[in-house]
Write a protein that binds this ligand. Structure first.
Ligand code: SF4
Length: 280
């Protein structure tokens, strides 16, 4: 199945988002999804353009608010495959509150964050994941504060699936996103997706040289304490599924929300009923 739309991306040549998106499309196709039953919700930023470039239902949402929109779409129609996309600025700054609550709610959808450790669309300001000493236009001496650790935030909020991938490691990235889609619950993947225009520190070469794949270690993804040790290890960058709890019920399972909620409830006002019919 082809998830590529006929729109040409306007990302800078060489941007990591190309590889991130290709992996997302490959993963969706590999899991047997069709564009007709796939809904991509994106936030604001370079990453936010992704819905335009994918051949599926899509919504380019409000800054930092892609997750609540995706949650609403999924709960309204649990038959849809919902994938939410965003960047580190969108997801871990203005959207960080939604991130924590989406994680703990554990709705069965995936969240792919294109983490380039910089604000790209607004031309190179420090983001929540920028290094402490990273000199940018708004932080000429660096942010002087430690970066947010999104994997640690997710773990502490009760995540059931935490993974990290690299946009340039095409096969592995697609495989990891596929696992997130297949996970019964909230599948979170932080993707190192280099910004070639504004970040000359977290580059392709840097990630190629420093990434350690958990598949090449004896890491047990079901071991919470082992996952915590890796996630809090600030000296290394890890790729792979760091944590998965397959026993936890998704929000839908826990609350019996597996039927299509597009059914018109008895007693709904006429105008609301018409609106719902029109939408579906
Ligand atoms: Fe990609 Fe950076 Fe260009 Fe944005 S500014 S499209 S993140 S390379």
């Amino acid at each position: 199945t082809d998830f590529k739309s006929d729109k040409q991306p306007t990302w800078c040549p060489g941007c990591g988002d190309f590889g991130t998106m290709n992996g997302m499309m490959k993963a969706l196709a590999n899991t047997g999804n069709d564009p007709d039953n796939t809904f991509v919700v994106a936030g604001i930023g370079c990453s936010g353009k992704i819905g335009t470039y994918m051949h599926s239902y899509a919504l380019h949402g409000v800054h930092g608010r892609a997750l609540p929109v995706g949650t609403g779409v999924k709960l309204a129609n649990p038959n849809l495959e919902v994938m939410v996309a965003g960047g580190d600025g969108d997801g871990y700054s203005i959207g960080v509150g939604h991130f924590i609550h989406a994680v703990r709610r554990n709705v069965d959808m995936s969240y792919v964050v294109m983490d380039n450790r910089i604000y790209g669309l607004t031309k190179g300001q420090a983001s929540p994941t920028s290094r402490e000493d990273f000199e940018t236009s708004t932080t000429p001496e660096g942010p002087k504060q430690p970066p947010v650790n999104p994997l640690a935030l997710a773990l502490s909020a009760g995540a059931t699936f935490i993974a990290q991938s690299f946009s340039s490691d095409a096969m592995r990235h697609a495989e990891i996103v596929q696992e997130a889609i297949e996970h019964d619950g909230f599948g979170f993947v932080n993707v190192f997706s280099p910004c070639v225009t504004f970040n000359d520190v977290d580059t392709y070469d840097y990630f190629r040289d420093s990434l350690v794949d958990v598949e090449d270690t004896d890491h047990d993804r079901t071991d919470y304490d082992a996952a915590k040790d890796l996630i809090l290890d600030m000296d290394k960058e890890y790729q792979g599924v760091l944590y998965q709890n397959e026993d936890a019920a998704s929000y839908e399972q826990a609350h019996g929300l597996t039927e299509n909620m597009a059914e018109i409830p008895d007693g709904a006002p006429d105008d609301a009923t018409d609106l719902v019919r029109e939408f579906y």
